[in-house]
Design a protein around this ligand. Structure first.
Ligand code: SF4
Length: 433
């Protein structure tokens, strides 16, 4: 497998920026890769934007599943702390909309429908905002949706719900149930996804899957079975939590899955009209380009600062979402069910995420918490600074990964140094020529 060359990357990014002169993430990426801006310069650019593109609110800390070795919640987290009040949450949403250019708000949990009352109250609030400029949706394991069709149809009808993401990791029912730790989960989730598609007019229904060592065939089977009813799919390569023995995926494994995916869309599913978004952390990008899945020049950037390459495949689309520069803290945040403001989703992998919280929304405005999260000395600043002297910096994958930025947050939890190749990158050291 070829690895995308540095000169190809610089030329490709230059072409991509010529098409989209306003693309600030691509421009920063090119500046860093070419050595034209320093990491201190990049920190300044990112921290001056005040754009919280993506806010996740947990409606509960509880879940009805036990997904071993992959749940982003540490199993030891106390799920019985007091819930932050709805009034505080709606105030935070309004402030993020008005002052932080909020683009997407998602209700999650663990399983958000274990507090359905709060899900619907927050959806109604968002729907009532006269000039709402953000989209709103829910991420769920799908097990409880059949209890809530009336509420969901109301929400859809009243423009309170824009998207619903249902997690299904395999088209083989027994495999999904084994991964998720509960028999019958596949049947409930799959039926819910198809019914949501039929009932919730105007709501984007997506199925999200975690790619693991054991389920590439299962995801392809899911696409075969679901594509007659569903159109949108997301695939995320697993990034194992720091406290488990599960190994991260090799780049070759991810690229082989993508090649098989493309083959399926070209052959059996030609003309199915499905769109599959595959999130690729920087760890996998040079191999994806080296295998001709897309070119650097194909990259686009949307208003949220997300970079992606869209490829049409026989009446279907694959969107390669490229995570190269950090999103956590500067564009993403999460409010836990007890009101803690987390700048990094990864902090949920600690037994006490509150220890890493910037603060609590019941005590401080979300604007102030956001400013603190990107402030000098905080986690975001430390991560960006650490790239000035990093042990990956001489490697051929550096310009499209910068030391696994999006997985570096784990270093705060596992005590690894921020300047070292992260544990979640399985690449061998290259032999010097
Ligand atoms: S070796 Fe470092 S720069 Fe290369 S992919 Fe791994 S983490 Fe990223």
């Amino acid at each position: 497998m070829q690895v995308g060359t540095q000169s190809g990357l610089l030329e490709g990014l230059t072409l991509a920026i010529q098409r989209q002169p306003e693309a600030y993430v691509l421009r920063s990426w090119l500046g860093l890769a070419a050595g034209e801006i320093s990491f201190a310069d990049y920190y300044k650019i990112a921290s001056e934007r005040l754009q919280l593109s993506y806010l996740t609110i947990d409606t509960t800390g509880a879940c009805d599943l036990s997904c071993s070795d992959m749940c982003y919640y540490n199993p030891a987290i106390d799920t019985r702390l007091g819930l932050v009040s709805e009034k505080v949450l709606t105030r935070a949403i309004d402030e993020a909309d008005t002052h932080l250019d909020l683009q997407t708000m998602v209700l999650a949990g663990k399983e958000p429908f274990l507090n359905a009352r709060r899900v619907f109250a927050l959806l109604r609030h968002c729907g009532s905002l006269e000039h709402r400029s953000f989209t709103v949706g829910v991420v769920t394991n799908g097990r409880l949706l059949n209890r809530h069709w009336d509420g969901l149809q109301d929400a859809a009808r009243n423009h309170c719900l824009d998207f619903l993401d249902i997690s299904i990791d395999s088209g083989f029912p027994s495999q999904h149930d084994r991964i998720r730790g509960q028999t019958g989960t596949f049947d409930l989730a799959f039926a819910a996804a198809c019914e949501a598609h039929a009932r919730l007019s105007g709501v984007r229904i997506s199925v999200t899957s975690i790619l693991r060592q054991d389920n590439p065939e299962g995801i392809l089977e899911l696409l075969r079975n679901a594509s007659p009813s569903l159109r949108c799919f997301h695939v995320f390569p697993i990034q194992p939590p720091p406290f488990v023995t599960t190994q991260p995926l090799e780049a070759e494994f991810v690229v082989a899955f993508l090649a098989n995916l493309k083959r399926l869309l070209k052959g059996e599913l030609a003309g199915a009209g499905v769109e599959i978004t595959v999130t690729l952390p920087g760890l996998y990008l040079s191999e994806a380009v080296g295998s001709s899945l897309f070119e650097w020049a194909d990259l686009e950037e949307n208003h949220q600062g997300a970079c992606f390459a869209r490829k049409e495949v026989e009446g279907n689309s694959i969107v390669y979402a490229c995570l190269v520069l950090p999103e956590q803290a500067s564009r993403l945040a999460r409010i836990t069910y007890d009101g803690a403001y987390l700048a990094h989703l990864h902090f949920l992998q600690a037994p006490q995420p509150q220890a890493y919280a910037v603060g609590y929304i019941q005590e401080e405005s979300i604007v102030s918490l956001y400013r603190k999260a990107i402030g000098v000395g905080n986690h975001f600043h430390q991560i960006v600074n650490s790239r000035a002297h990093h042990e990956c910096s001489g490697r051929s994958c550096w310009q499209s990964c910068f030391g696994g930025w999006v997985v570096a947050e784990n270093a705060f939890l596992n005590g690894q140094t921020l300047t070292a190749q992260p544990r979640l990158c399985p690449k061998e050291k290259e032999t010097p020529h």
